[in-house]
Ligand binder design. Structure first.
Ligand code: TXA
Ligand code: MG
Length: 322
């Protein structure tokens, strides 16, 4: 692994891209101080330049190099949750490149916890701008094989840290003088944030900052995906299977029947393990030759916020071509 780390650092210094494990999902990284390398990330992902990237840092001590006007709430959240699956959106320092921020006056920063990501950041020294390592709008990658499926040999180095522990992207929180607001739910819940900083708003409103990457359709399999109430599943299956359709189902319990046209994955009743396997399960269903994917609706409580958000977006009609 030491040799791979060294070649990853050399690649970053040469302006090339490196994929690496984090505790949430794999990232596709570039030297955040090298605008040309950052542009390559957008190009490879096929992502619009106006959708900014998260800059990954080794330590909260680097914050003042990247952000200004860091509020007391931001300091508290960083102290409580870094290293970990929290991204803070803060007013940016003047030196941060427009290529990273999409020209916004804010920058997204995260100190990841995965030992491999930490080793890479320590050896590199600077910030690594990294979106999730998937093609624009598609399912995120939670193991090295997913990254290879997405990009083949286009990424010089893939630092394989095994399966990601959490499986859903970080909780993104905007902290400015006016507000502390969740922009994207993740495995750190609203109540965990509130226990540290008091009231936190969630969900976009008219005064919210722009979140360019939060277009509704996102995390999309190529196969159409629909959410259904668990109670309606059996009836829907009967109709579709009778019509000769092959169906993929992501459910929390076992199938009501066995049928050759039915691919059924039991994702479990616990939010943590459901999230851990979410993208791998959706990838598997997407590759199973089904006409339609049905996902049994997950519970309403906040431990499911991140999973519910990703499923809602995965089910939204996508204008990306298959
Ligand atoms: O867990 C994660 O956050 C993973 C790992 C690799 O760290 N990264 C990730 O990056 O999910 P990405 O690019 O797929 O999602 C980052 C989101 C995008 O929706 C982007 O628009 C938003 O963060 N974002 C980045 N900078 C922002 C800013 N200054 N203001 C508001 N939203 C921002
Ligand atoms: Mg992403």
């Amino acid at each position: 692994m030491q040799a791979q780390l060294e070649s990853a650092v050399a690649a970053l210094r040469a302006g090339e891209l490196v994929a690496f494990a984090t505790e949430t999902v794999y990232g596709l990284g570039a030297d955040a101080a090298d605008a040309e390398a950052v542009r390559r990330v957008f190009e490879l992902k096929g992502r619009p330049a106006s959708h900014p990237l998260i800059v990954h840092l080794h330590s909260a001590a680097q914050l003042p190099l990247w952000a200004r006007e860091i509020s007391p709430a931001a300091h508290k959240l960083a102290a409580a949750f870094w290293p970990g699956p929290l991204t803070l959106v803060l007013p940016r320092a003047a030196t941060v490149s427009d290529a990273v921020t999409g020209g916004q006056d804010t920058v997204a920063l995260r100190v990841p916890a995965h030992p491999l990501a930490r080793a890479l950041l320590a050896a590199f020294g600077g910030g690594i701008a990294a979106p999730s390592a998937n093609r624009y709008g598609r399912l995120s990658a939670t193991c090295a094989a997913h990254v290879r499926d997405e990009f083949g040999d286009a990424v010089a180095v893939v630092l394989d840290g095994g399966d990601c522990d959490l499986g859903v992207e970080s909780t993104i929180v905007c902290c400015d003088a006016q507000r502390v607001q969740v922009l994207r739910p993740g495995s750190i819940t609203l109540s965990q944030l509130q226990a540290v900083v008091g009231p936190v708003s969630s969900g976009a409103d008219a005064s919210s900052p722009r979140v360019p990457g939060s277009t509704l359709a996102h995390y999309s399999p190529r196969t159409p995906l629909q959410q259904v109430d668990a109670g309606q599943l059996a009836q829907l299956l009967a109709q579709r299977l009778a019509a000769g359709q092959r169906l993929g189902v992501l459910a929390q319990g076992p199938p009501p029947r066995v049928h050759p046209g039915l691919v059924w994955i039991v994702a479990g009743a616990h939010a943590v393990s459901y999230a851990h396997d979410l993208y791998a399960n959706l990838r598997q269903l997407d590759q199973s030759g089904c006409a339609l994917l049905l996902v049994s609706r997950v519970p309403d409580d906040e431990t499911w916020d991140a999973v519910r958000d990703r499923l809602r977006r995965a089910a939204a009609p996508s204008d990306l071509t298959a």
